[in-house]
Write a protein that binds this ligand. Sequence first.
Ligand code: ZN
Length: 408
Amino acid sequence: MGRKEHFVALIPEGPIRVGEVKPKGDYLGTRPYLPGSVLRGALAEWLKAQGREREIEPLVRAARFGNLFPSPSEGVYALPFPMTALTCKLASGFRAAASKGGHGVRDSLLLAVAYGELEGRGVRFPVPLLLRCTHRDAEGRLCGGRMERVIGFYARLPGGWEKVEVSLGLQTKVALSRRRRAAQEGMLYRVVALRPRPQGAFVGRLWAENSTMLSELCEAVAAMGVGGLTGRGFGAARLKVWPPEEKEKRAPLPPLEERVRTFNEKLREAWQDLAELAKQAGTVDDPLKEPPGVYFSVDLLAPAVLTDPQGVPSLKLWIRIGDRLLEPVWWATQPAFVGGFSTAWGLPKPTALGAAAGSVYVFRSELPEEELIPHLEALEAQGVGERTDEGLGEILVCHPFHPEVMPV
Ligand SMILES: [Zn+2]
């Protein structure tokens, strides 16, 4: 093994298209991030172009390609918001000056889990769980606006949090007949491409056993481009790989152990506040004061194709910890079409229905934390569901945004 984690940035030099074929078939969409498989594809095509097919498999096997998310800066990691992140309906976005006066983004997961778990144990609350905006204006007036889900990606820049915008460019192309090289009537197709914002990039993590593979990869991206329709004005890019020691600075994810600990500490606070509220309201005499067991979330950074323990397609995630199959105690998900990616025009992979990026599944384990951590590390390294080699099912255990009850 001995794979080292690197922070990488793909800097687009034009629009990039990644395949996502809508089920109706007449529309080519694009996803708002680049699947890790686009890098693998560029490497494979480049080696093939040089007659080095035999090197593809060992090189690809010596690496793991994480997905690449849009970031306002090539030097800062970005993550998709979990589905539980909410913002004010009246003034959405972060509070930082750069975010144009939003009322803030907060995460509702820990409160929702504590509420649901206490309710499941017979605790009744005087009011339903409904979060309102807690922003106060210069005169101290409370906003109190309704909250709605915030969709997309965010990065933590030196100047504060920032939501990442991706612009989609729409282009109409004329399909050429392969035989006659002539435009065929009625074969116009529309392409939606990701366009880089000024100085924006796609950033991600890459695990590699050696640096040879990384330099080959950089050359491959420069020579072949990435994504679909390269050679038709799409996909020109360059790849920047930071040395492993830079990873902490560029992608400052706390270690898994710390994320699990913070998650449980903040859950305990929310739990105790709610238990106290229920007690004061007199709906229950003696609510459970501590969360029973270690809780953790599994957050989808990319869509996942999941099945239930019987092998039936599902939007719910089951995970195996040692010899036990765990079912989530709480989850938030929605369906997403998962297109296949193919560099060859006209050969899309079958479209499957999966759980959308941002889906959150919370589990409870009775194992002590130190026994649980190695299982979670393995789960995070492996991802969940099918086609993880394409970047589907990339996860984070205890997404660092969950404890952010009110970041600025
Ligand atoms: Zn507000």
